[in-house]
Design a protein around this ligand. Structure first.
Ligand code: UN1
Length: 508
């Protein structure tokens, strides 16, 4: 299949001979090497895409230095109006963007549309926020003094996103960074360049229609070297990185070296804990979505299932039944619930983890096989019974593999939940209020996302999203996450004609 077989690419403004490696105002250029956009469902090339060269990136940063001055001078609610228009523009392209995400990333159409919706939702949120990121007035200990807190833009925010959420994660960052008065430069994953270009074009169109420099939202396609330029550049005040813990570590050290600010959203080894008093039917459905949704490739995917010993047999039985219902196939086909893994390499990692699990005493309760379908990266969602201490279960494998353990009551389950290196998401299934409150207090889950009776994944945009420990400690999206995209000034104004010093010091 070629370009003309995907009419939605044209709808999204992607031309067959599109030289779109970098956009930083007026036109798209691409002077770097090429990369292939490959469909995970077939391993066939959809398009060849130019990347941004080092010079392109440098020119981009230059253009942004000017653009940021224009943007930060626009009153915040007016910036909100532009973000509102971005949300509206995305609404128009919900369907073709959902299809493109399904084609290029491999998640099912429903979920592709879902993540575009997530971007739209955060636009709405940011529009409101643009009138609400209030500072505060603080009582001063000195007579005739006023103390206040001001929030000003950082300048330029760099966003480096992963393949698994090629739209939404950029959206969380861009919508907030923009209303906060920053210019944004985005590099999407090298395996989802068409999605990056399509979303970049939507942003560009809105800015230019309103007479703003397009470089306010610059877009780059490329490999890790482009990401590294963003991490290293003193022009970029905040680097928001989503991806693996290993790469996140490098990004943090590059950004630290130049005293930049870093926001990391790395992996997770998330667990669902099911107590014997839980609504078990609800729990089975939640585990299914949390473990099989997005073919196990969300950072919030449930990878560990901790079951009360009393319900172990009946619960695993029901879960296996639920897994049997899951249709695997083309993510753009109706009724399919599980698409392919994103790359061939991910299939290898899936196989290696299963092998390792077997060596560590694991017993496969469901799945475990690679599927030969249309040359794509299809695998069976898999359930493995194993010891909670098995090494393989204590690391993150980005595939639909669910490790199941038996536990001896609530405290034991919490201990297992907290024993891994990551700390992103977790969920307890119970109807007992005592357990619920113990779960969310100081002795409960150590994750950034602590749920009760819902899946580990599928968080709403209104809360802060992120996790602790090796998840990187960043918080994106709702709550006060916007503060990370701004610099805070503590301002003290003396409106009297005396000079009292704080702490009662007498100096002159
Ligand atoms: C990610 O996997 O990087 O909570 C983000 C969720 C989505 C976002 C996931 N709202 O699953």
């Amino acid at each position: 299949r070629s370009y003309s077989d995907y009419p939605f690419l044209k709808d999204l403004g992607i031309e067959e001979k599109d030289n779109a490696g970098a956009y930083f105002g007026n036109k798209w250029v691409g002077n770097g090497s090429t990369l292939e956009s490959v469909s995970p469902s077939t391993n066939k090339t959809i398009a060849t895409v130019r990347t941004a060269s080092k010079e392109d990136v440098e020119k981009c940063f230059e253009a942004m230095q000017e653009a940021k001055l224009v943007w930060r001078d626009v009153p915040a609610p007016k910036r909100g109006e532009i973000v509102r228009q971005i949300g509206d523009e995305l609404r128009k392209y919900l369907d073709p963007l959902g299809k493109l995400v399904a084609l290029e990333m491999g998640k099912i159409y429903q979920e592709g549309v879902g993540e575009v919706q997530e971007y739209i939702d955060i636009c709405d949120y940011a529009v409101g926020l643009s009138r609400m990121f209030n500072g505060q007035v603080i009582p001063s200990e000195r007579k005739d003094h006023a103390m206040l807190e001001m929030w000003n833009p950082m300048g330029i925010v760099g966003v480096i996103t992963a393949f698994n959420f090629p739209v939404a994660v950029y959206g969380w960052n861009a919508a907030l960074a923009l209303v906060c008065g920053n210019a944004v430069v985005w590099k999407g994953a090298h395996t989802t360049p068409l999605t990056t270009i399509a979303v970049g074009k939507i942003m560009q169109r809105v800015l230019e229609r309103n007479g703003f420099p397009g470089a306010i939202c610059s877009t780059l396609t490329g490999h890790g070297d482009v990401g590294q330029l963003i991490a290293q550049s003193p022009s970029v005040d905040l680097v928001s990185f989503t991806g693996s813990t290993a790469v996140g570590k490098k990004v943090r050290s590059l950004v630290n070296d130049r005293f930049g600010r870093c926001l990391l959203e790395l992996g997770g080894n998330n667990a669902i804990l099911v107590m014997k008093d839980a609504n078990l039917e609800l729990a089975v459905r939640a585990v299914l979505f949390a473990s099989v949704g997005t073919a196990g490739q969300r950072c919030t995917t449930c990878r560990r299932l901790i079951l009360d010993a009393d319900i172990y047999d009946s619960f695993t039985k029901s879960l296996v039944k639920a897994y049997q219902q899951v249709k695997i196939g083309d993510p753009n086909e109706k009724g399919v619930l599980c698409g392919p893994l994103h790359t061939k390499d991910a299939v290898k990692q899936y196989q290696a983890a299963i092998q390792e699990a077997k060596q560590q005493g694991g017993k496969i309760l469901f799945g475990g096989n690679v599927l030969e379908m249309n040359g794509g990266n299809f695998v069976e969602p898999t359930i493995i019974e194993i010891s909670s201490d098995a090494q393989v279960a204590n690391k993150e494998t980005f595939a639909p593999i669910l490790y199941v353990f038996k536990c001896d009551g609530f405290e034991h389950a919490v201990k297992i939940n907290n024993q891994v290196k990551h700390g992103l998401s977790s969920s307890l299934f119970t109807t007992d209020p005592q357990k619920m409150f113990k779960w969310i207090n100081q002795n409960g889950s150590d994750c950034g996302i602590v749920n009760v009776n819902i899946p580990t994944n599928g968080a709403e945009i209104g809360g802060a999203f992120g996790g602790n420990k090796e998840t990187g400690d960043g918080r994106e999206s709702g709550s006060n996450s916007w503060q990370q995209y701004m610099r805070r000034s503590t301002v003290t104004i003396n409106y009297g004609d005396k000079l009292p010093l704080a702490q009662g010091i007498e100096f002159i």
